[in-house]
Ligand binder design. Sequence first.
Ligand code: ZN
Length: 480
Amino acid sequence: MDQNDSHDEFHDNAATGIPSIANGRSKRDSKHFKARKLFRRGMVAGILLVASLATPVAFGQQLLTFEGSVQVSVRALSQLDFWKPEGSVSDSGPKPEGRAVRLRGEIGGGFAVNATSLAMDWRQVESIGLWLHRSAEEAKEHPTVELVLRLSEEDQKASFWRRLEVSHVGWQKLVLPLEWFVWSDGRMPRWEKVKFVGVQLRDPATVTLDTVWTEPSAQPRDEFLATESLTKLAFPKLDSSNIRTLETRDVQLVTNAKSLELERLATHLGTVAQRLHRELPFLSKPSRGAVLFVFQERAEYQRFAPRIARQLNSRLDPPEAGGYTLQGISSSWWDEKQGSLRPVYTHEFVHGYLSRTLPLSTTGDWLQEGLAAHIQLEFHPQENLSQLVRDGLKSSSTPFAELCSGRPIHTSRYWQAATLWRMLINEPRYQAKLKDLVERLAAANSTDLGPHLEPLWGTNFDKLTSDWRAFCEMQFRRDE
Ligand SMILES: [Zn+2]
């Protein structure tokens, strides 16, 4: 592998898509960011005692209407009331009946209702259904309205969400498969902990909801997209005889690349997983290995992540980088020159593996990119690394407060996050507290490192920076 290639690999995964997943329609990012912030602040403007009726209507199907007394928490910038819209529906399934809950609000407004009566275990649920009503006046005032349906854990920080866009008049039935919900950022959401169903407005709007229900799943699901549905998405036209798969304890490989040596790659990624467990001994064992798709053609690879994003009702530009990982699903393509052990496969595998073993759902931040780049460099050493680090120390390091804020980092800063992890793992004083660090980051629902420096290590960013500089000067000496 020549230096340009390795450099290119080191700077893979320019995370172009993450902001649009997080914020929905990309054109309106700033607006959505504002909305998210408002929602995140989580102001509970009031608690209403409303309807309580959760009646089993059919085997395995639970129903939530707004007739009796269910606890509803209402966000700021919103008003809730109860009414019975005109008009009925003909449908063989659950129907809107009696009182419905009407939400009027600004961007960021919304409400959440305790949904424990809907499902004892959301891993056993295939999809969630609900009826949504808009009056003719509302449709005239706000022709198209964007909102988010959110299934949240008890503290309402970690959630699964799906963007909805409505432009109808009258009642509309929505049935949403839980497989295609987006993870909230920060702490990894868990289906077994979901307690609330909520609606959050991304436009000023008035919407009425009634009769929420769940449809049981034939098989229990986990937080990850099923490999089978992903394979259909990856190869919509391809004859299945051209697709090869290999699943080991650590990895699920799917490929149509003719020359890829599956066994060899799986064995290699097994040693990568072992290394991760050795360097981060507190990592849990995943129940199933990380998924990696290797496409024969770059163009196929570039279509894949945007297709997943569409299924999640979001959008994503085709990735330009050598590899890409979205909700723990990694993909790359076949490059004859680099063969079956292409460095970017290692890099993306680390992302996928960490998403199954860490209690964090963050992507593109110092933690994910730093660890992926660090492990990649251990398995695929880069000849110019010492020079790159020495130059970086002289001229262009980013303050750690900024780099480690939890926001996505630029590919040109991967070296810095990687060397920070090299220090955290190799210096016993830091290593000893990494388990606590991960627990603290999950509890804080953010991978912002700042708040944990003092309690864990009695340090601050200035001291961390001087430790890191000293470490790098030792590790990347000129005569090395
Ligand atoms: Zn990466």
